[in-house]
Design a protein. Structure first.
Length: 502
């Protein structure tokens, strides 16, 4: 029996081997962590050593090619992964594309709430996220053809949809797990947990959704030594405590800034922002004082560098931080403080707050963000956006983008105007899997800016409003497949000042 005995009011303190003694083939495990931040390395390592097969893993991101989920994929222990983002884990991605296991892609906010629903005893819920995309229509890839890069062999089934108060929604089922792997900073002997930095992320909801929560912790103290006001996860959710002899902390991407505030360095090399800085500098001009803004992974993250000094813009990270500061100096790097791009970051000193992914997506799905900027693979003349899967070429997962574009906040798409072969990425209709329909308000490329004019019948159109310096109207027409109107006030694209070192 997986449930804790009603006679036991305290979790047991055991080794990782003892904690997983009853984890048999075919179990479902919910993995806390976001990237490597807050990941239970000891428990995942023991699961790999134990050799448990046919695992179903639930994870916001599939991090750790060498010491996370990667070894489980390498040793063919995974039967299925339920995730929003396979990301940069080449080991997991390679085995997925070889057809070694099944995948269930799910928008990050929906995945978060499916776990939260399981922990709260809610069997299902409706959400606008994913309506009008392959999530609802049943065309998400679930298994891939070996030898055919990123081509699907099987697809998901259509979901139930319903119109609620004039808005179409998709049914999502709760997602319970047999075990939850949680990584915390401190625990007392009743199992009350405290987390550092952004490590709350997926850990809290994975603990609540699981029949048996195993918490890997840095320190175990006596009852009463933790102030009740500092407890992030009450001990009622925690069943087993593991304190590794050698604790590991790691960040997926260590990104730092120089002491003059100019230039970010990842892995010791300057980030290549030269070809993209025009887009980021133009996008920064859309930020207004007092805004709460979500910047997507990749190119949108560069926009933060161009926010004018003195402007009060609060940046939100989906992994649980409101008030992102600049990248740290080398001596400030803390693997427990990262952004949604899994890069090391700092927090602003005047009012930042930390929370878990459930709280983060309550802010997003509840319409509390003013603006989001997202990277895109393609944008259509109707303002549709595709950003996560291009068969044969690109696969990452939708992350939280579907939740953001359905939340009602302003949406700006940032991207290069053409692909590496010179073909237009501003299309009449998107060819890639959609992230959202008719949701984009503005498109900023390295050549031009388009406003999306919203039509009363739901049919939108593009209006060219700006040209980058040195770019002609004829060049934009030649490189744009989508039809568009030209604004009578067409002007040269303005840019924010160079790096501000905010």
């Amino acid at each position: 029996m997986l449930r804790r005995s009603l006679r036991s009011f305290r979790p047991v303190i055991v080794t990782a081997t003892e904690a997983l003694k009853d984890a048999s083939d075919g179990v479902t495990i919910a993995l806390g962590g976001f990237g490597l931040c807050g990941l239970a390395f000891e428990l995942l390592g023991e699961l790999n050593r134990k050799g448990t097969k046919n695992l179903t893993l639930i994870a916001g991101t599939t991090a750790g090619p060498e010491d996370g989920t990667g070894p489980l994929a390498r040793d063919k222990q995974i039967g299925k992964i339920i995730t929003s983002y396979v990301g940069e884990n080449k080991v997991v991605l390679d085995h997925l594309l070889q057809g070694d296991f099944e995948v269930e892609f799910c928008p990050l906010g929906s995945l978060t709430d499916r776990l939260r629903a399981a922990g709260a005893g809610v069997p299902a819920f409706y959400t606008p996220t994913g309506y009008g995309t392959a999530v609802a229509e049943g065309r998400l890839p679930t298994r891939f053809i070996p030898g055919k890069t990123m081509h699907a062999a099987a697809f998901s089934q259509p979901r139930e949809t319903r119109n609620i108060n004039g808005k179409w929604c998709t049914l999502e089922m709760a997602l319970p797990a047999d075990y939850g792997f949680v990584r915390a900073w401190k625990a007392d002997k009743r199992g009350n947990l405290v987390f550092r930095g952004t490590t709350q992320n997926f850990n809290l909801i994975c603990a609540k959704a699981s029949k048996v929560c195993i918490a890997e912790v840095e320190e175990i103290v006596e009852c009463g030594e933790i102030d009740p006001r500092e407890v992030h996860l009450p001990g009622v959710y925690v069943h087993r405590l593991v304190k590794p002899e050698k604790l590991k902390r790691a960040a997926e991407f260590v990104v730092t800034r120089s002491s003059d505030g100019n230039g970010a360095i990842a892995g010791g090399k300057k980030l290549d922002v030269v070809s993209r800085q025009r887009i980021a500098r133009r996008a920064a001009l859309e930020l207004k004082d007092g805004m709460n803004v979500n910047l997507g992974v990749g190119l949108p993250n560069l926009v933060a560098s161009y926010i004018p000094k003195g402007m009060d813009v609060v940046l939100q990270a989906e992994n649980g931080l409101l008030g992102i500061g600049p990248h740290p100096l080398p001596e400030e790097v803390d693997p427990d403080i990262t952004n949604a791009g899994k890069q090391t970051i700092t927090m602003i000193k005047d009012g930042a707050s930390l929370f878990d992914c459930a709280e983060s997506f309550a802010m997003i799905r509840g319409g509390h963000m003013d603006l989001t900027m997202l990277g895109a693979l393609e944008v259509s003349a109707n303002g549709d956006i595709a950003s996560w899967y291009l068969p044969g070429k690109f696969l990452r997962g939708m992350g939280g983008a579907m939740d953001l574009v359905s939340s009602g906040c302003g949406t700006i798409a940032l991207m290069k105007h053409t692909d590496n072969d010179g073909r237009s990425r501003v299309l009449q209709e998107c060819r890639s899997a959609l992230t959202g329909r008719g949701c984009v308000d503005m498109v900023i490329t390295d050549l031009a800016v388009f406003a999306v004019k919203k039509g009363t019948s739901g049919v939108n159109s593009l209006v060219l409003t700006e040209l980058a310096e040195g770019v002609t109207l004829e060049e934009v027409k030649a490189k744009t497949e989508a039809s568009f109107h030209v604004s009578p006030d067409l002007k040269t694209m303005p840019l924010a000042p160079a790096l501000s070192g905010r």
